[in-house]
Design a binder for this molecule. Structure first.
Ligand code: B3K
Ligand code: ZN
Length: 898
């Protein structure tokens, strides 16, 4: 029944506490790849807070049931079925022992217990534990675990599980064992084990209260030289959580293990985090600056879950954002503090810009499509489909708004109260909100709508200056746009929007702010307005000159702001806004507007032209030495093609591509000497350093190189890029040079240099899977031409000996990169991209439904495209809908077609 039955919808409103509780779990594993025997002894009792049930219903998937015992005696009233086990007429309080068998060697779903590279790993969140043993596999059932692992000693010398190692030793027949105990109660989704040939880098550190902690990063032996950065990131995370939130590591030992077959980034299992190699392994030759930054963020994220997720967990999966939104917020703050401390606003803004760019590009799109859902969803078919941008990134924005409203100290007070009240419990988003409200003496009832309302809110702004009275009024109104139809239907009333604003005077400086009714102007020239009504006017007094408003400073709420700035005003803000985020924002608005106008022209075949004033605005940023290189890079990067296409009344990827290329070419040619100067001035000679400063220099230099690749005369760029490729002592520069060579070849034909570099790159890094992923990805996202469509390259690479559909990183590097990150080529008019997509979704569905469902999502905005593309996408979706088996993919394609 599992895969073919009509999917069941699970609803938040149907939550009921479990009929039974499990207090202790003792697991014994006899690890054999094709046939692992699991013996599970549990202390079970009736839940006093639930209604009486005659049956104990346990979840189980893909298990072979062997036997059941109650209080040491065989128990016959048991029925095993495809989704679990039913035990009839059980006592009120008893010991239950279940034995079952699973097959990790054949488990390509990478959920439950599986084999990767000859080693054993687990992934249990959200519902993988039931693929290991029968259980009440839901987060509100919390138990303490003891785990005994037995395996062949030569093949599996290392045996790890959660918590502390109690004992280990040899067994007959070349086998050995290890026994682990986790002293903390936890839900089953945090269980983990690892067994195999691994080695660790170790550090001992003292935590805040002076206790010694053993930290380990476990990898395959040949990767030991790529663990330093992950270990440093872990140590920094431990320190940061102590300093910023007063939260200490609670275990004597904390382990990170890297595995190359992994569905997502990493997993916060108690004391035994399991990571995709992509977020652990780095050295200058193999990893880019972005990889280094991502590793720091993900190591931090998983570590921070130890308190926000593990010590206090979710009552049910609808509350996922309770731990994910909060932990993303914490990792964003950690990265910002690492880059700029509490006070370097420009460095913090760089991180903020990067995060907001992701939110707007991905989460806003999600909110405008068939998968739109509130931060706390109301229903799901497959929970794995709800590890979304909305739950994570918008969830993080919702948490950030508490901090914006109450300040860092008020937010900290709320967090303290949250832990004081709920440590050791499985709770809800409401519980979190109440803690924040109570700690700050506020009623946050209206704020609940941020959790229950889907769609991206729009705030339109009208301003009026009364010169005679020196009053400046700002009228805000909130609502939802056309795309968010679901949101408009379910709208429950206005949101509480913290709307940060500044007023800028003629000279470019901030004006003092005094709201009508206040005795005097405040010291702060940014004010957070609490915007709570559908329409609300805020009046500033003693405004001596007509100001230019700087709206939603630092992106103080996840909304779209509509205000009719002129191009000159945007250029002024780009040059002067005191809020670095809004400086960047002004440039993006200016560029977006120009690009959309050009795309509309391109769509109808009208020749393109770009005003000199826009080029001049960009030139000013490029040459402004007072701005950090990292900021300049972000400000000079044009909005992505996907984002732009989404802003069009009808998405037209080809027109967007033409428009964006036109602007890039224009900026390249017009500012050629400046770009060349940047390349010269921002080299980073000497040993590689992963500091924000050094990576800022590389980012700006490599952006310049990418612009130079658009030049009409490519010779000079090819020379520069080839030289950089050959001389590079780090992956950031080498990959950027290769990418510039590929662009230049696509723009100008030729391409012998690009091919030579590609071949060299492959040979050089043949033994580094993460680098070979880059090799595939660079080719999948490259610009195509009529003579050389990228789909041909991609199809050829699918047959490359190094390609492997079963490895999610490899599948993502080639297939996802093409389908989701190369819109102009993927959306080819002939439908070749869609046919490829359908084939791959169907192929992946049989191997790994979670990964297949992610790929399936790349067509969900199909209704917004031009008619030909729309028809092609519908046909592909229908084809997939007719063939797929998994609940995961089914939910996505059925929602898309509904
Ligand atoms: N909590 C995990 C995500 C699990 C995804 C399950 N499909 C990683 C994280 O957010 O830290
Ligand atoms: Zn997380």
């Amino acid at each position: 029944m599992a895969d073919t039955a009509t999917p069941n919808v699970i609803r938040r409103a149907d939550y009921a506490p479990p009929a039974f509780l499990i207090d202790t779990v003792a697991l014994e594993f006899d690890l054999v790849p094709e046939r692992t025997i699991v013996k599970n002894t549990m202390r079970v009792r009736r839940n006093p807070d639930a209604s009486h049930a005659t049956q104990l219903a346990l979840m189980g998937e893909q298990l072979e049931f062997v036997s059941a015992e109650i209080d040491g005696k065989p128990f016959a009233n048991v029925h095993a079925h495809e989704h679990g086990l039913l035990l009839d007429h059980v006592p009120d309080d008893f010991e239950l022992t279940l034995t079952s068998v699973c097959n990790p060697a054949e488990n390509t779903t990478l959920s439950g217990l599986y084999v990767s590279g000859g080693n054993f790993f687990t992934q249990c969140e959200a519902e993988g534990f039931r693929r290991i043993t029968y259980f009440l596999d839901r987060p509100d059932v919390m138990a303490t675990y003891t785990v005994t692992l037995r395996a062949d000693k030569a093949d599996y010398p290392v045996l790890l599980s959660n918590g502390n190692l109690l004992e280990e030793g040899d067994l007959p027949d070349g086998r050995h064992f290890a026994r682990w105990e986790d002293p903390f109660r936890k839900p089953s989704y945090l269980f983990a084990l690892v067994a195999g040939k691994l080695v660790a880098v170790e550090e001992r550190v003292k935590s805040g209260s002076g206790k010694e902690k053993l930290l380990q990063v476990w990898v395959e032996p040949h990767d030991l030289d790529k663990t330093r950065h992950a270990m440093d990131s872990l140590i920094n995370s431990i320190r940061w959580d102590e300093e910023r939130f007063g939260l200490e590591l609670d275990l004597d030992r904390f382990m990170i293990v890297a595995v190359s077959d992994f569905n997502m980034g990493a997993m916060e299992n108690k004391g035994l985090n399991i990571f995709n190699t992509k977020y652990v392994l780095a050295n200058p030759e193999t990893a880019t600056d972005t990889d280094f930054a991502n590793i720091e963020a993900v190591v931090g994220h998983e570590y921070f879950h130890n308190w926000t997720g593990n010590r206090v967990t979710c009552r049910d999966w609808f509350q996922l954002s309770l731990k994910e939104g909060l932990t993303v917020f914490r990792d964003q703050e950690f990265s910002a503090d690492m880059a700029g401390g509490a006070t370097d606003e420009a460095a913090r803004a760089t991180k903020r810009i990067e995060d907001v760019r992701v939110l707007r590009q991905m989460q806003f799109a999600e909110d405008a499509g068939p998968m739109a859902h509130p931060v706390r969803p109301e229903s799901y078919v497959e929970i794995n489909n709800f590890y979304t941008m909305t739950v994570y990134e918008k969830g993080s924005e919702v948490v950030r708004m508490y901090q914006t409203l109450f300040g860092r100290d008020g937010f900290r007070k709320g967090m303290d109260l949250y832990f004081q009240r709920h440590d050791g419990q499985a709770v809800t988003c409401d519980d979190f909100r109440h803690a924040l409200a109570d700690a700050n003496g506020r009623d946050l009832a209206q704020f609940e709508r941020w959790y229950s309302q889907a769609g991206t809110p729009r705030v339109s702004v009208r301003t009026r200056y009364d010169a005679a009275q020196q009053r400046y009024s700002v009228t805000l109104s909130q609502g939802y746009g056309e795309a968010a139809s679901a949101a408009r239907e379910t709208q429950k009333g206005p949101l509480l929007i913290p709307f940060a604003i500044g007023l800028i005077g003629r000279e470019g400086a901030d004006l003092p702010l005094q709201l009508d009714g206040e005795a005097q102007a405040s010291d702060n020239t940014t004010r957070v307005l609490e915007f709570t009504q559908t329409e609300q006017t805020f009046t500033f007094v003693n405004v001596a000159q007509e100001p230019l408003p700087s709206l939603l400073r630092n992106f103080s709420a996840p909304v779209i702001v509509e205000y009719d700035y002129s191009a000159d005003q945007l250029a002024f803000l780009l040059a002067h806004d005191n809020d670095p985020f809004n400086r960047w924002e002004a440039g993006q608005r200016l560029a977006t507007r120009e690009l959309l106008t050009l795309a509309a022209r391109a769509a109808t075949g009208v020749p393109l032209q770009l005003d000199d004033s826009v080029v001049a605005a960009f030139a000013r940023v490029l040459t402004d030495e007072t701005l950090s290189p990292a900021f300049r890079e972000l400000a000079l990067m044009l909005p992505s093609e996907a984002y732009l296409a989404e802003q069009m009344p009808e998405s037209n990827p080809a027109a967007v591509h033409a428009a964006r290329q036109f602007v890039r070419k224009r900026l390249a040619n017009a500012l050629k000497s400046d770009w060349l100067k940047v390349v010269e001035q921002h080299r980073t000679p000497g040993a590689y350093e992963a500091t924000p400063e050094a990576s800022g220099h590389r980012a700006l230099k490599n952006l310049a190189l990418s612009y130079l690749a658009e030049l009409d005369d490519p010779a000079e760029t090819v020379r520069l890029a080839a030289a950089q490729y050959d001389a590079a002592n780090n992956m950031t520069d080498r990959a950027a040079a290769l990418s510039a060579l590929l662009s230049s070849a696509a723009a100008n034909g030729g391409g012998a240099d690009a091919q030579r570099a590609l071949d060299d790159f492959y040979r050089r890094f043949e033994k580094e899977p993460l680098v070979i992923d880059k090799w595939f990805a660079l080719q999948a996202v490259q610009r195509g031409s009529a003579q050389r469509p990228v789909i041909d390259v991609v199809r050829k690479l699918m047959a490359h000996p190094a390609f492997n559909l079963k490895n999610p990183n490899r599948a993502r590097s080639l297939i996802f990169s093409f389908c989701a990150a190369n819109p102009a080529q993927f959306h080819a008019e002939d439908g070749s991209g869609y046919a490829f997509w359908a084939e791959q979704v169907i192929a992946l569905d049989a191997i790994n439904p979670q990964v297949a469902a992610r790929l399936a999502r790349s067509l969900e905005l199909w209704r917004r495209f031009t008619p030909t593309l729309r028809d092609g996408m519908r046909a592909a979706l229908e084809k997939v809908a007719a063939q797929v088996k998994s609940r995961d993919v089914r939910e996505i394609v059925e929602k898309a077609l509904a």
